[in-house]
Each structure stands twice: as structure tokens, then as C-alpha cells.
Design a protein around this ligand. Sequence first.
Ligand code: SAM
Length: 231
Amino acid sequence: MNAQKLSKRLEKVASFVPENSIVADIGSDHAYLPCYLVLNKIAKGAIAGEVVKGPYESACHEVQSEGLQSQITVRLADGLQAIYPEDCVTVITIAGMGGPLIASILEKEVGRLAGVKRLILQPNIHAIAIREWASKNNWKIINEEILKEDDKIYEVLVLEPGKETLTTEALLLGPVLIQQQNEVFKEKWNHEIEQWLNVLKALEKAEQTKEILAKKKELQQRIRMVEEVLR
Ligand code: SAM
């Protein structure tokens, strides 16, 4: 992967960035995504935010070697602290982290989202944490994608300001993904069901305490719910 040729996962993230955006990519270890967006004239400017020094230096190096210093600013900062009001950021991308970490980055500096028109979030796991954060904070899921690359399954969530109440099914599986139910979606959730059944089997062998019984009940309900959706 490089700034000219992104991974399939980051290409999908890029595909949701509207033309003429000013993008902040948070957790931008090589700044490949902001460089790609500017090189392809999708973004007219970008911020690459990175909290760890080594990856921050890689991002600086990439921006310099592409000669994009006038359009891309690299900042060593924790989460949304990389963004200032005068940047007039319109789109934020956060990719390649767990859903709970992405949600905590958004939650920590929620005031810095003022004026932002779109969030494009790519959790590696637990997308539910983002959907829960979105419905509590008045962001609506306008699109979702699920894709497989190198045997790993990724979800991409696109959020815009707006109110939305999600069902328990939609929070876990994704309101748009449930409607589409592509092959990758089916593969992911059939695999999850298998894993949960294995956990259930292991719990059967344990002493049947109140906690174990409650955990079993919760798992059984979740399995039934996902099976219903897949049917
Ligand atoms: N976004 C790239 C991608 O999708 O390929 C890089 C993903 S990499 C696994 C996650 C990056 O996010 C790391 O470089 C890590 O240092 C950075 N990161 C984690 N927490 C962060 C935070 N609170 N603020 C900024 N960057 C963060």
C-alpha cells in the first residue's frame, strides 16, 4: 500500500469522501489516506493526526516525499485535538482501530465536531460501539459497507448529523448492512454464531452459577436474534 494505491479497506473509506472536502484523518500512521485524497483531487486540504511519535514521523515523511506540505498538515495530537476551528474540517476519517477506541476518540472532544458534515469510520471490531455512540450523539448512519481483505472482514460506517433510533438488531449488525445482507455479511455473522455456540458449550461445562446462567441466556438471545436476521 502507498499513497497512490490504497488497500481495498482504505479505498472504500476514500470512496465516501465527497469532492472538495477538507479532511482530518485521525490515527494517520503513514498519511496514505490524506495523501491519496489530495493527490486524486478529492480533498482540497487535509490534516493528518497521529498520537504516537514514530507513526507521526512516518506521516510527515510521506507528506514531504509526495510534496504535499502546502495541502496537508501533520499534527502530533491525541484524537480530535489535531483539529482546530480555523481548519474548517468538513469530513473526519478514523480507520483501522477498534470500535470502542473510535467511539472514545469522538466522545472525548465532541465539541470539535461542530461544523463537521460527515464522519467515515472503519472499525476493525465492535462496530456496535460506534452505532451506540452515534445514536446518543445525534449522528445518523447514512451508509455502511462490509468487505473482506486478506481474510479479514471490515466494516465502514458513514455518519452525518441527524437523529436516529436504532433497534437492538441494527445496533449490532448495522441498519444498512441488514438491508443489503451481502455474502461477507452472512459469512461474518454465521462465524459469530459458531463462536457463540462454542462459548455456550464451554459454559455448559462450568458450575451453573447465577452469573453463568445469565450469560448463557444473553448468548442464546443474541444467537436467536442474529439467526432471525439472517433467515
Ligand atoms: N488509519 C490507518 C489505517 O487505517 O491503516 C492506521 C491504522 S493504525 C492500526 C492505528 C493508528 O492510530 C496508529 O498509528 C495509532 O498510533 C493511532 N492512534 C491510536 N489512538 C489514537 C489517538 N487517540 N489519536 C491519534 N491517533 C491514534
